[in-house]
Ligand binder design. Structure first.
Ligand code: DQA
Length: 142
């Protein structure tokens, strides 16, 4: 099985970025841990991070017909990118949405996800473990 991991804007700054909110793990540490889990589950994991909406959309399009699942943390795009939502709806690749923080106990603008209606489910507030749970959830959905 082939899974695409997408991390959106500012997630390349994990580890130094608001550690009280996002924790002290770097993105590479999270991806490393997830890759090990993926290997154990016989999943081919491709990891992609971008701060650019269009690049994320292009990557989602590439997943059409080539990936069995997408695990995405869209960062702040979660709250307003209709274009990323439409891309996910277009390719119809089963997707799980992940957030490190509990978006529901933060600022009002983070409470709403425009991505949530086009994904299998959303995991938030569980830190890096959310990615692992998301990968497992994607697999059981396949
Ligand atoms: C985030 C939550 C978003 O509100 C925020 O803009 C992020 C990270 C999370 O993982 O908790 O960049 O998606």
């Amino acid at each position: 099985k082939k899974v695409l991991l997408i991390n959106g804007p500012n997630l390349n700054m994990l580890g130094v970025r608001e550690p009280g909110v996002y924790g002290t793990s770097s993105l590479s540490a999270i991806v490393q841990g997830l890759s090990e889990l993926a290997e154990g589950l016989s999943v081919e994991l491709e990891s992609f991070q971008s701060n650019h909406e269009g690049e994320i959309i292009d990557k989602i399009h590439e997943a059409f017909g080539t990936k069995d699942g997408i695990l995405i943390n869209p960062g702040a795009f979660t709250h307003y990118s209709y274009a990323i939502r439409d891309a996910l709806a277009a390719v119809q690749v089963p997707t799980v949405e992940v957030h490190l923080s509990n978006i529901h106990k933060r600022e009002e603008f983070r409470h709403h996800s425009v991505i949530a209606p086009v994904v299998i489910g959303q995991i938030c507030g569980l830190g890096p473990q959310g990615y692992e749970l998301g990968l497992r959830a994607l697999l059981s959905h396949m």
